[in-house]
Design a protein around this ligand. Structure first.
Ligand code: FE2
Length: 348
C-alpha cells in the first residue's frame, strides 16, 4: 500500500467496528479497566487492563482532556516494530541536564538515553531551550554540556548518537541571531532551526519567513497542536507552510498524553497534510519520556507503516543531514478530528 493510504486498525484488531468514532474513544465500548488521573505533564502509558482503560485527564496545558487506551497486552504483542525494523531519529529532545525544564542531573539524562535506545531511537538531537526565558543558554554553555554528555554516553556504553541543536523561541531578530551564531541550528549544516511560538500564540511571520529564506534557513515550528489557539488557526498554519516553514508535532499528542483535544488537533493537522515531522519533545525519564513505539503504532494505524516511517525516521534524518524533506500526504481522519476541524472553521 502506498503512502497516505489508511490501513484501518490492523495493529489493534480487538477494536474493530468502532473506528467510526475515532480511536480516541474506543475503550468506552469494551469496558472500563480502571481510571487514573495522572499528574500534570505525565505520560499516559502502561495502563494495561484485560478489556480496556479509560483515562480522564485533569487540566493539561489549560485544556480539559480525555484519552483512552485499548487492550495494552494485545497491542504490545502485535507491535509492528518486530516486522518493521525502524530506527527513529528524534530531532527534538530536552536531554541535556540542568539547562532548562528538562532533566536536572546526569543520571536522568543517561536514563533518558537508555529509554530512547530501548524504544528504537538511534539518533537524538539535544535541543535545550534558547531565547525567551532562557537567555543564559548560550551556544558555548550548551556545547559544553553536549560534549560532556557524549563522553558519558560512551563511557556507559549507551549506543545513542547525540547531535546538537536548540528549541528556539521565535522572535523578530531570529535571522540576525542565526547569522551571528547566537543560536544553534539542528546539526552542523545550519539549514534547519527548531522554533516555538511566543506564548503559544500566532504572530505575523511573513517577513520573518522571507528573511530566513534569504539566509537559506528553514524553520520547523514545534507542536502547534498543543495550543488550541494555534491549532485552530488554519490561516496561520497554511501561511507558515506556504512561506517555506515546516511543522513538527509531538509524538505524545498522538497517544493521548495531552488529552483528546490535542490528539484530535494533531490528527486533524495530519489529515490536512500540514505535518512534516514527529519528535518526542521529551523532558525527563519519569515524565514526558522519549517514547516512540506507541507513537509509531498509532501513526501506522492512521496512514500505514511507510507513511509513519516518513514522519518518524526519513524526514527527521533528512533534516539532520541538511537535505530537503519529503512530502507527507494527507490522510483520512476520524470523528473527533473532523469535529475539531469543524469548530476550527467556525472559529476562523
Ligand atoms: Fe521543546
Amino acid at each position: 500500500m502506498g503512502l497516505g493510504q489508511p490501513k484501518g486498525n490492523r495493529f489493534c484488531p480487538q477494536a474493530k467496528g468502532v473506528n467510526w468514532l475515532g480511536n480516541g474513544f474506543q475503550a468506552v465500548f469494551f469496558g472500563i479497566g480502571r481510571t487514573a488521573r495522572p499528574h500534570r505533564g505525565a505520560d499516559i502509558d502502561h495502563h494495561f487492563a484485560p478489556f480496556g482503560v479509560l483515562v480522564f485527564h485533569g487540566f493539561e496545558n489549560g485544556q480539559m482532556g480525555l484519552a483512552s487506551r485499548v487492550g495494552g497486552f494485545m497491542e504490545e504483542e502485535r507491535s509492528p516494530l518486530r516486522l518493521h525494523n525502524i530506527e527513529f531519529v528524534d530531532i527534538h529532545c530536552h536531554i541535556l541536564p540542568g539547562l532548562d525544564d528538562g532533566p536536572s542531573h546526569w543520571q536522568e539524562s543517561l536514563r533518558m538515553a537508555q529509554i530512547a535506545v530501548a524504544e528504537g531511537v538511534t539518533t537524538v538531537v539535544a535541543t535545550p531551550h534558547q531565547l525567551g526565558n532562557y537567555p543564559h543558554n548560550t551556544v558555548s554553555r550548551i556545547r559544553g554540556r553536549w560534549e560532556e554528555f557524549c563522553s558519558r554516553l560512551a563511557s556507559e556504553g549507551i549506543p545513542l548518537r547525540v547531535e546538537l541543536g536548540a528549541d528556539i523561541r521565535l522572535e523578530p531578530e531570529l535571522p540576525e541571531k542565526i547569522a551571528n551564531g547566537e543560536v544553534l541550528p539542528i546539526g552542523d549544516h545550519g539549514r534547519y532551526v527548531l522554533v516555538e511560538l511566543p506564548s503559544d500564540s500566532c504572530c505575523a511571520v511573513e517577513n520573518l519567513l522571507k528573511k530566513l529564506r534569504r539566509i537559506g534557513v528553514t524553520p520547523i515550528l514545534t507542536h502547534p497542536e498543543r495550543s488550541v489557539v494555534v491549532a485552530r488557526n488554519q490561516k496561520f498554519l497554511r501561511q507558515w507552510v506556504a512561506g517555506g516553514g515546516l511543522i513538527q508535532i509531538t509524538g505524545g499528542s498522538l497517544t493521548g498524553s495531552f488529552g483528546l483535544v490535542v490528539q484530535s488537533a494533531a490528527e486533524r493537522l495530519l489529515g490536512e497534510g500540514l505535518v512534516h515531522l514527529v519528535a518526542s519533545d521529551a523532558h525527563g525519564a519519569t515524565r514526558r519520556r522519549p517514547l516512540w513505539r506507541r507513537v509509531y503504532e498509532r501513526l501506522a494505524e492512521l496512514g500505514g507503516p511507510d507513511w509513519a516511517d516518513r514522519l518518524c525516521r526519513e524526514n527527521p534524518a533528512r533534516v539532520l543531514a541538511g537535505q530537503q524533506v519529503l512530502e507527507v500526504p494527507p490522510i483520512s481522519i476520524g470523528f473527533f478530528p473532523k469535529l475539531f476541524a469543524m469548530f476550527s472553521r467556525k472559529a476562523g
